[in-house]
Ligand binder design. Structure first.
Ligand SMILES: O=P(O)(O)O[C@@H]1C[C@H](O)[C@@H](CO)O1
Length: 378
């Protein structure tokens, strides 16, 4: 199926290119905004049929961090290649599997391996799984990555909680969000200043203290570069001037898409190597070191992530606010009203949605963001 992924993407782009402005009878081209809502819905429906669990929490495992998914019990494993329209993962250290199961008793969905820009996939395709997970009911997400430590005080093996990012690609117009807009994925114009959930960051720091690892846990600003090559010394010096603490090749595009659809985000990097910023240094960045560091830190990270997920799942930590910026009157969501029986059935995963009746847009948005109802293509 995955062989068709890019073809289908291209078909989708062609459809968009054919859009015409009827007022003027002219044809306009659109940059691709990726898979339509209906294709994402098809993908999530495929996944939903494979597991009875309806996780609210997702984990994206970065390079060499796939073992985080190995502690998920009673799991259903779905290879990316079998999911319609899902492209394969092509990087060592990225298994290319979705794992749905229980992490210390809490339903989660994990991406064991992600998609990168440097694999030749456009950013909308790299971040597409986040939209699929949203339609599956995910409302909170833990995003992890391997990164080079640019802050001179960082050491290999440190965990850096991301408090902010510089979206280098986005600043010059390469964003997963460019192109034709569909309000069902969230607003086009939305704020980013509360992106990295401050409450979850505090929880993570408390957990680090309890685990006795606070000396190796940092908080900093992440940048995503295009890769696949590591950076030159001049590039790293430039990034350091910008106030960057960690350099990676992922995460930012996923965070953007997650925030657009109102997910609460906790993200961290494992500092897998120290960035070389001096010309007279003989060290050279390499992927083997990245994977090796990840392997050395896997037990600590498994515990760290398990504890964070347990906290995120607590009712008081799982309240989700809709992201500001929805365009009034532009949402295509079918409105639902829900009774107690339906709510119980939804929570047990026996039904995916309820019959459409009338509810206010505010009620619908609240229910959507709380994961009580599913967005529909209607
Ligand atoms: O998938 P992530 O961002 O964790 O992987 C990093 C970036 C490159 O894919 C790779 C470079 O070693 O590790």
């Amino acid at each position: 199926m995955s062989n068709h992924a890019l073809e289908n993407g291209v078909a989708n782009i062609k459809k968009e290119e054919e859009l015409s402005d009827m007022r003027h009878g002219e044809k306009f081209s659109f940059l691709s905004s990726g898979y339509s809502f209906e294709i994402i819905e098809q993908m999530s429906n495929y996944i939903r049929e494979k597991s009875q669990l309806r996780p609210r929490i997702a984990v994206i495992c970065g390079s060499g961090l796939g073992s985080l998914a190995d502690i998920i019990l009673d799991s259903t494993v779905i290879s990316y290649e079998e999911i319609p329209h899902f492209p394969p993962s092509t990087v060592p250290g990225h298994a290319g599997e979705l794992v749905i199961g229980l992490l210390d008793g809490i339903p989660v969905i994990a991406m064991k391996g992600r998609l990168h820009l440097y694999e030749g996939y456009p950013l909308w395709l790299c971040s597409m799984p986040v939209r699929v997970m949203k339609l599956l009911g995910v409302r909170q997400i833990v995003i992890t990555c391997a990164a080079g430590g640019l802050n001179p005080s960082y050491k290999t093996g440190d965990i850096m909680i991301i408090k902010d990012h510089v979206n280098l690609q986005g600043l010059i117009g390469n964003s997963p969000l460019v192109g034709k807009h569909d309000e069902r994925f969230g607003p086009r114009f939305f704020p980013m200043n509360k992106t990295y959930d401050s409450h979850y960051r505090e929880i993570a720091k408390r957990i680090a203290t309890d685990m006795g690892i606070s000396d190796s846990v940092r908080e900093g600003v992440h940048v995503m570069v295009g890769g696949p090559n590591y950076e030159t010394i001049a590039e790293l010096q430039f990034l350091r001037l910008m106030g960057i603490d960690s350099v990676g090749m992922s995460t930012v595009h996923e965070v953007l898409v997650a925030r657009q659809c109102s997910m609460r985000v906790f993200a961290f990097c494992l500092i897998t190597n120290e960035c070389v910023t001096e010309y007279d240094c003989n060290l050279e960045a390499n992927h083997e070191e990245v994977l090796q560091t990840a392997e050395q830190r896997q037990e600590t990270l498994k515990l760290f992530v398990t504890k964070i997920v347990a906290e995120m799942a607590k009712p008081e930590n799982s309240i989700v606010q809709p992201i500001p910026g929805r365009t009034p009157g532009r949402t295509n969501i079918v409105k639902h009203q829900i009774n107690a029986g339906e709510l119980r059935a939804l929570r047990k995963g026996r039904i995916a949605s309820t019959k459409p009746t009338v509810a206010t847009e505010q009620e619908v948005n609240n229910m959507l963001d709380l994961g009580i109802i599913e967005p529909s293509s209607g």
